[in-house]
Design a protein around this ligand. Structure first.
Ligand code: GLA
Length: 391
């Protein structure tokens, strides 16, 4: 947890006290354990909120202005709640503007505010720092005005902000887990019904470790949209072939896929195979965790990575290297890329007693081949967005 008192001091130096309602809030980043590129196919995912978060402090103002200070980048932006236009510079502010835009469109009344935020989620590393910024903004703006926006509604609102204002066609996973994450649990989310089941991950003997390749995900938006389009083409194809209604790749079984795969263009077939098989892996993985069969879960993580690498083609040489190095290390049960891909992080499952050896193997091996010092984070599943106590 970040030092709140210190942040309050900075807040007080920066803004004049308006005497109105104030508060402190946080929202976490996420790592997805399994179920990649399935959320926008109405499928299954199994993310967990991580112990890295954005903290935001805020106080209402007497007007319709939002003054926001990004502590990490030492920049300030002012915008009006009545004039929300995406910025070309300081694009981080678009996440905040998009969120207040969607809150207002949903019928909630907002008031201006002074805000400051600080993040310890690495940016552009595939750990959902943008979803965390959206969610912490939504929570701050709603709570300061005593508006009760339910967590699921908040997740949808934030996703719409990213889709409509920021212009990224993401699915629901990141905002969902940032809003609804639970301590010591991953969430098994059905992205069609929006129901979820908390899956215990107490991790006595096991640890989740995240490795940051430090490769920034430059291709991610255009390639992400391309994958979505390829999935859409596959859905259209199966809709013509099958008698039941196919709304998304979620509705196609492995058997149906196998029967028709040769009639599909080769690339489309591979994309569809990833999504369809990944949905099975998530369900099998959840069952394995329920039975505390961590080694079975680890194997599914490895299969997931292979499928993302070969069929969905969203990995990169550095992520593959991190996975290969991890799997050579004793005590590692599973390793895979996490998030959209093309750089960012891997998520690893290992026995606790091998943590030091693992770190050493990864640091040395990765540096030797890429010249880059990777970052390594240990984390347990933590809770979603919340109100922080002010002392
Ligand atoms: C990004 C998107 C998510 C999801 C993942 C891939 O993180 O924001 O909605 O599609 O990629 O699983």
């Amino acid at each position: 947890m970040q030092d709140l008192n210190k942040l309050w001091k900075i807040f007080k130096n920066k803004f004049t006290d308006t005497g109105l309602t104030k508060g402190a809030f946080s929202a976490p980043g996420r790592a997805n354990l399994i179920g990649e590129h399935t959320d926008y196919n109405d499928g299954f995912v199994l993310p967990m909120a991580i112990e890295k978060e954005i903290v935001m402090l805020g106080q209402l103002r007497n007007d319709r202005k939002v003054r926001v200070f990004d502590f990490g980048y030492n920049t300030e932006i002012v915008f009006s709640l009545d004039k929300l236009i995406p910025l070309r510079k300081n694009t981080w502010a678009n996440y905040l503007m998009g969120v207040v835009d969607e809150i207002q469109k949903a019928g909630y009344v907002l008031q201006g505010a002074n805000l400051i935020f600080r993040s310890n989620i690495p940016r552009k590393a595939g750990l959902s720092s943008s979803a965390a910024l959206e969610v912490v903004t939504a929570l701050t703006m709603a709570k300061l005005k005593s508006s009760d926006i339910k967590p699921l509604e908040m997740a949808y609102l934030c996703r719409r902000a990213e889709n409509n204002f920021v212009g990224v066609a993401c699915g629901i996973m990141d905002q969902y887990i940032s809003c609804l994450g639970q301590k010591n649990h991953a969430l098994f989310i059905d992205c069609r019904s929006n129901n979820y089941e908390p899956i215990p991950f107490k991790g006595h003997n096991y640890q989740i470790v995240i490795c940051n390749s430090k490769i920034q995900r430059s291709l991610v938006n255009s390639e992400y949209n391309k994958r979505r389009e390829e999935c859409r083409i596959a859905v259209e194809f199966f809709n013509h072939k099958l008698t039941s209604e196919i709304r998304a790749l979620r509705d196609v079984t492995i058997e149906e896929f196998k029967k028709y795969q040769r009639q599909l263009p080769e690339t489309i077939a591979r994309r569809a195979r990833h999504v369809i098989s990944e949905n099975y892996r998530v369900q099998a993985g959840v069952q394995a965790l329920r039975e505390e069969n961590f080694s079975a879960f680890g194997k599914l993580m490895v299969e997931s990575h292979r499928s993302l690498k070969n069929d969905y083609e969203v990995s990169c040489a550095e992520l593959d290297l991190l996975v290969d190095l991890a799997l050579k290390q004793e005590g590692v049960l599973g390793a895979r890329m996490t998030g959209a891909g093309f750089g960012g992080c891997t998520v690893n499952l290992l026995r606790r007693e091998y943590i030091d050896a693992f770190e050493k193997t990864i640091r040395q091996g990765y540096k030797k081949i890429t010249g880059i010092n990777p970052d390594i984070y240990l984390t347990l599943p933590t809770e979603g967005a919340k109100v922080l106590e002010l002392r």
